[in-house]
Design a protein around this ligand. Structure first.
Ligand SMILES: Cc1cc2nc3c(=O)[nH]c(=O)nc-3n(C[C@H](O)[C@H](O)[C@H](O)COP(=O)(O)OP(=O)(O)OC[C@H]3O[C@@H](n4cnc5c(N)ncnc54)[C@H](O)[C@@H]3O)c2cc1C
Length: 293
């Protein structure tokens, strides 16, 4: 079966990858050090595996490199940041008291409504980001917290999560850690997912974060996925930042931004319906954070 939200062209590729017969055996590797993992992943025929829930064996894959023995399943509360290891599961994130204190617990909320309990027990934060699916919950929630990713490979580098979605990993590279700066989590956050059934893929996911200074907003960050690949909606952020929020301003700014947004194809709902729905969910999230409603 194809994946919801994907265009017909992409769906065929999805089916092809799932069903195409591979020649030869797949070899599993369980490295215990980052150095060994990088060396294994450098081969063009290698593929990283974390939770294995969206694992699609590419035709040329011969080596599957398991990341779960690297002791990257942790949530560390540091002075200025919270560090989340790449193989930390959605369940661990949703139950974390440390993360529950950041931005109204937006990461816990986003994790707790991914798929179902069994899947959340194995889905990892690194996998949810790296698979780059349009329905992913954690990327938009991490985007509004200005999170960064630690990428290890021949060199170690740290990039903003937004930049990750505009770039590619180099051979040998993988995400080892998510860094959430505490200074960008002091305000309020909200996460809303819309799907046909509770455990199904998000058709739209909306993440909102805001801080206030007196009656005016001082910071507004908004990101969505589902209708588009995970992305910030700067038009709403700029339109609402430094303003006294009224229903009228919120309505006007949101609907203008939604009208201009380029949506990906969907065979489930019409574009008009999805645009309308996205506007409604964005306004709901913004109202919750900015007007307490
Ligand atoms: C029925 C169903 C419904 C779902 N609904 C949702 C939903 O609504 N929202 C949501 O967010 N998710 C949802 N998911 C989960 C999502 O589609 C992916 O399956 C999941 O996020 C992948 O995580 P994983 O740890 O299992 O990664 P894997 O399946 O192990 O890997 C996925 C890809 O990422 C790569 N990878 C994994 N970890 C790393 C890393 N650390 N560095 C670099 N590359 C890496 C792998 O090579 C592979 O290409 C759903 C899944 C199912 C089956």
């Amino acid at each position: 079966m194809g994946a919801p939200g994907q265009s017909v062209k992409r769906q065929r590729r999805y089916l092809g990858w799932n069903c195409c017969g591979r020649r030869g055996e797949l070899e599993f590797h369980y490295p215990r050090t980052v150095k060994k993992t990088v060396a294994l992943l450098r081969r063009p025929s290698s593929l990283a595996v974390a939770g294995g829930t969206s694992f699609i064996v590419k035709p040329r894959a011969e080596h599957l490199v398991d990341l779960t023995r690297l002791e990257l399943n942790y949530i560390r509360d540091k002075k200025t940041e919270v560090l989340i290891g790449a193989t930390t599961t959605a369940t661990n994130i949703s139950e974390s008291q440390v993360l529950g204190r950041l931005a109204s617990g937006i990461l816990c909320a986003a994790s707790s409504i991914i798929a179902d309990t069994q899947l959340r027990n194995v889905i990892t934060v690194g996998g949810d980001i790296a698979c780059r699916y349009i329905w992913a919950n954690l990327p938009p929630a991490l985007m509004v917290l200005d999170a960064r990713l630690k990428i290890v490979g021949s060199k170690e580098r740290v990039i903003a999560i937004e930049k990750f979605f505009k770039s590619r990993l180099q051979p040998g590279e993988f995400i080892s850690e998510v860094i959430v700066p505490k200074k960008s989590t002091k305000g309020k956050g909200a996460f809303i997912k819309f799907s046909r059934t509770k455990s199904e893929y998000s058709l739209i996911a909306v993440a909102v974060y805001a801080e206030r200074l007196g009656k005016k907003t001082s910071v507004v960050r908004v990101a969505v996925s589902g209708n588009t690949p995970p992305t910030r909606i700067k038009a709403i952020e700029v339109g609402l930042q430094g303003k006294v929020i009224t229903e009228e301003l919120l309505e006007r700014t949101t609907m203008k931004a939604v009208t201009q947004l380029q949506l990906t194809e969907s065979y489930i709902f019409s574009e008009d319906y999805r645009r309308e729905l996205l506007g409604t969910l964005l306004k709901r999230g913004l109202k919750k954070v900015l007007m307490g409603g």
